[in-house]
Design a protein around this ligand. Structure first.
Ligand code: UD1
Ligand code: CA
Length: 455
């Protein structure tokens, strides 16, 4: 038997007051809908279908062919939205999870438990519910005297006693697939919002002698539906805490969990310490025994073991073991920094391989370069990589000493063991073992300063 998932994401999310589709708003740097899809990828779902509006190109370019798409041209309600998947799924045997693109905190564990409950109860529909102190805005779960689920009533359609019910519909369900699509044909839009409600399917399935169940999750927080930016901030806080606590339980020290923002796709090894103000976005792999922060931003990076990074920004880059970085360094565009390297204050490294045991301790720009082993890039050394039209490469071989305030005008190669005198502007290759000096000779005018002062 196959398992399917239908993700509802056609709503514009009016309450977000945004030109961006609601499900694309990021939580810890990752678009809402990507959280949902990542979770589904870790459950036993065979096919994922996302319902989108016809102009939702950005969603397609984000998720690419990881999922299948169906288009909902008009936003006529959640029942109508699910029905858009009819063309793909109507005749399939199996179970179908329906989940909203705006409930990104529902965990894979809960999804698995929902499926388990559905299967063991041999249900035709199982609703994921929870108990909320303030159920305003949510659909309410109405049960009969035997505590069996009768129906779901939307907030707007609920009478005053129904509004008192605290058990709510999270918007996540598991269905017998064939029954779902059969029942959807009978859903009408005779309600307060004139919408085709998916929630009406429950009663219809029961009328056809199907079995309806509810699975109550105790974790109220995970069911948060994000309708506006206040809820978006709440989701960021909840996920941040969840991730940080999980890391701490697995041997990472986080000095201040409120001021540390780590994306769900970041792994961190044991005994690494994260100082406040650290932000990890995208996919990062951080080794063990490293010290990150304070005030450091990592995005799509790979950091080795025993690394120290202070007050720095690293994007799409790698750092080897025992290397120290910062304060105030910036690595970007696929820079690969070796091990036992020291990169100090105000050093920018772009699209460069910087090999083991080399240093750039202060004030340097190293772009489009290949730096060998045991190289010293002096204070203020600069690769002049751009001629106003094109970018060119600088190659510096092993054991080179680049004196302070040198310009290396690319394309240029400096051979092994060479020395560049401080203040040189190098525009020709330097042979190995040579000393290159490219600056004006100094002239000392004896007594001139003294005479000048007297005037
Ligand atoms: C829905 C449920 C409600 C539940 C709540 C949980 C219905 C009728 N109500 O209400 O019982 O408590 O979720 O968060 O299902 N969407 C479409 N096309 C549409 C309408 C909606 O794709 O035509 C998508 C939205 O993008 C969103 C999801 O479906 O991701 C839910 O829609 P929304 O309008 O937020 O439903 P709620 O009013 O929150
Ligand atoms: Ca909602």
């Amino acid at each position: 038997m196959q398992n399917y998932a239908i993700v509802l994401a056609a709503g514009k999310g009016k309450r977000m007051k945004s030109s961006l589709y609601k499900v694309l708003h990021p939580i810890l740097g990752k678009p809402m809908i990507s959280h949902v899809i990542s979770n589904l990828n870790q459950t036993l779902i065979d096919r994922k279908i996302v319902v989108i509006a016809d102009d939702a190109h950005e969603i397609k370019s984000l998720l690419k062919d990881e999922v299948e798409y169906v288009i909902q041209k008009e936003r006529l309600g959640t029942g109508h939205a699910v029905r858009m998947a009819e063309v793909l799924l109507e005749n399939e045997e199996g179970s179908t999870l329906v989940i909203c693109g705006d409930t990104p905190l529902i965990t894979k564990e809960t999804i698995k438990k929902l499926f388990e409950h559905h299967n063991t109860k041999k249900a035709d529909v199982t609703v994921l519910t929870t108990i909320k102190d303030d159920p305003t805005g949510y659909g309410r779960i109405v049960r009969d005297e035997n505590d069996e689920i009768l129906k779901i009533v939307e907030h707007d359609d609920a009478n005053s006693s129904e509004r008192k019910i605290k058990e709510i519909n999270t918007g996540t369900y598991c269905f017998n697939n064939k029954m779902l699509f059969k029942a959807l044909k009978e859903v009408n839009n005779c309600n307060e919002q004139n919408e085709y409600y998916l929630t009406d399917v429950l009663e219809i399935i029961k009328d056809h002698n199907g079995k309806a169940c509810a699975y109550i999750t105790q974790d109220v927080e995970e069911t948060l539906g994000i309708n506006d930016r206040v809820r978006l901030e709440q989701a960021n806080q909840i996920l941040k805490r969840r991730i940080n606590e999980n890391l701490m339980r697995n041997g990472v020290t986080i000095i201040d969990k409120e001021n540390t923002y780590i994306s769900p796709d970041t792994t961190i090894g044991q005994d690494t310490i994260i100082y406040p103000g650290t932000i990890c976005l995208g996919k990062n792999e951080i080794g063990s025994h490293s010290i990150i922060g304070p005030h450091t931003q990592l995005e799509n990076t790979k950091i080795g073991n025993h690394v120290k990074i202070k007050q720095s920004v690293l994007t799409d880059s790698e750092v080897g073991d025992h290397t120290t970085v910062g304060p105030f360094a910036h690595f970007r565009n696929h820079s690969i920094i070796g091990s036992h390297v020291r990169i100090g204050n105000f050093v920018e490294i772009k699209n460069t391989t910087f090999s083991n045991h080399s240093n750039a301790a202060h004030l340097a720009y190293i772009g489009d370069a290949i730096i060998g082993k045991k190289v010293n890039m002096g204070c203020g050394s600069i690769t002049v990589n751009y001629d106003g039209k094109d970018k060119h490469q600088t190659v510096i071989k092993d054991n080179v000493f680049v004196g302070c305030n040198s310009n290396l005008i690319a394309p240029v190669t400096v051979g092994e063991n060479a020395y560049i005198a401080a203040g040189s502007t190098i525009n020709r290759n330097v042979p190995k073992d040579a000393l290159a000096i490219a600056r004006n000779k100094q002239e000392n005018k004896e007594g001139y300063a003294k005479k000048y002062r007297k005037k």
